[in-house]
Design a protein around this ligand. Sequence first.
Ligand SMILES: [Fe+2]
Ligand SMILES: [Fe+2]
Length: 134
Amino acid sequence: MPIKWNETLAVGITEIDDQHKELFARMNSLLEACNKGKGKEAVLPMIAFLEEYGAEHFRAEEELQKTSGYPQFEKHRELHREFLRNVRMLNAKLEEHGPTLPFVIEVNTTVVNWLTAHISKIDKELGMFLKAKR
Ligand SMILES: [Fe+2]
Ligand SMILES: [Fe+2]
């Protein structure tokens, strides 16, 4: 089943939604690579992408929170840090054991589940706050 961003995940702020779409698109290409038996090759660039683009996306969201005086800023930032810590843990695992198939599956489920849960609740709350301010 393809991993797709859909309207139920919209937070209503174009900049944020576009970045979420990109994250989902990339997770989907990892899944597609898996289906073609190329998951192992795709997982290393995927982790690098998550570390880089994830951090960039979080910075963008945090900047919006700071400039708008978002009251949940600290809590939200902590959740972002937790995600990046998880990605670093995945990276360490990859370095230690190599790209096994169970690992590729673990990356996929961990990241997609985290993103879906975080966007549906935490980012949506932020979206509502920002929309009310605009
Ligand atoms: Fe986000
Ligand atoms: Fe967020």
